[in-house]
Write a protein of this length. Structure first.
Length: 297
């Protein structure tokens, strides 16, 4: 029988300072490990609460909160960039002495996962990308326009304020959960999720600044895409893209684009939005288990 989820904190010492990485662990450690990397503006405990029990029957699950999210603690003065988020998670992986593992990446978890893969290329067994982008074709232009304007302004004060007033809000968070979800399924979305995400990760002045910093820094992920594509082509890592087809942030062409560099990638769409686990967790869990099983993982 799979072990019940445990909520743990690992002290991680890095050149960036000392971090308390909060993470969920479930399943038997002797089973293949799957690392779940959450996205904006949520945390591992919230996003993966229903997926973890479904996967832990067959797999050893580890799901950390990224710095700036959930209950992971960061030192004063920490600069919130994707390079730095990834550096902490890479050191956390080393602290836990993980060897070979698969990664499940979503939203912000994707650029963290890509950096993890480039840093530890021989340790990645397989990838599941659930609305986790790696191609410019994947950007939903209307959703991202305020962020593109921020990039083009070189982090302008007015553009930061527009992002904060239009994206980093309770209504903006609720929109990310509900947009693209069939009307009949909206009742499956628990208001606690987006309310807690907002209150925990966005509501305060410090949270507003760090999250705006990350939106501005997201441009570095696009600059990194060619290196990621090169790694895909070189390794032909097994990949499943399972995508909420109604996602306004990362649109279906981003899922199909994986096939350019990974011809054997499996692409599946579910009738949901960005946070597809909220309404299609059983369908996604089944797809993940089928995919990993086919890889003998």
């Amino acid at each position: 029988m799979a072990l019940a989820p445990a909520y743990l904190t690992s002290q991680v010492n890095t050149t960036l300072g000392n971090f308390g990485v909060q993470y969920v662990e479930a399943g038997e450690p002797c089973n293949p490990t799957v690392l779940l990397l959450h996205g904006y503006p949520t945390s591992a405990t919230t996003q993966f609460r229903d997926l973890i029990p479904l996967l832990a029957v067959s797999y050893h699950i580890l799901a950390p909160d990224l710095p700036g999210f959930g209950f992971t603690t960061s030192p004063d003065g920490f600069k919130y960039t994707f390079d730095n988020l990834a550096a902490v998670i890479i050191e956390w992986v080393k602290t836990l002495q993980l060897k070979n593992f698969s990664i499940y990446v979503f939203d912000y978890g994707a650029p963290v996962g890509w950096r993890l893969s480039l840093a530890l290329p021989d340790q990645i067994s397989a990838i599941i990308s659930q609305n986790g982008n790696a191609y410019e074709e994947g950007f939903g232009q209307e959703f991202w326009q305020p962020v593109f304007n921020l990039w083009n302004s070189s982090n302008g004060v007015a553009e930061r304020k527009i992002v904060q007033e239009n994206v980093l809000t309770l209504e903006g968070t609720k929109y990310q959960y509900e947009a693209g979800v069939p009307e009949a399924d909206l009742k499956l979305i628990n208001p606690f999720t987006y309310t807690f995400d907002y209150l925990k990760n966005l509501a305060g002045p410090a949270e507003q600044e760090r999250q705006t910093d990350l939106f501005y820094d997201y441009r570095t992920n696009v600059a990194m895409y060619p290196k990621v594509h090169e790694w895909f082509r070189k390794t032909q890592v097994p990949l499943l893209a399972v995508w909420g087809k109604g996602d306004p942030a990362f649109i279906p062409p981003g899922a199909e684009a994986f096939k350019k560099d990974l011809p054997h990638a499996i692409v599946r769409f579910v009738d949901s939005g960005h946070f597809a686990l909220e309404t299609k967790v059983h369908e996604i869990a089944a797809a993940v288990k089928d995919f990993l099983g086919a890889q003998r993982l």
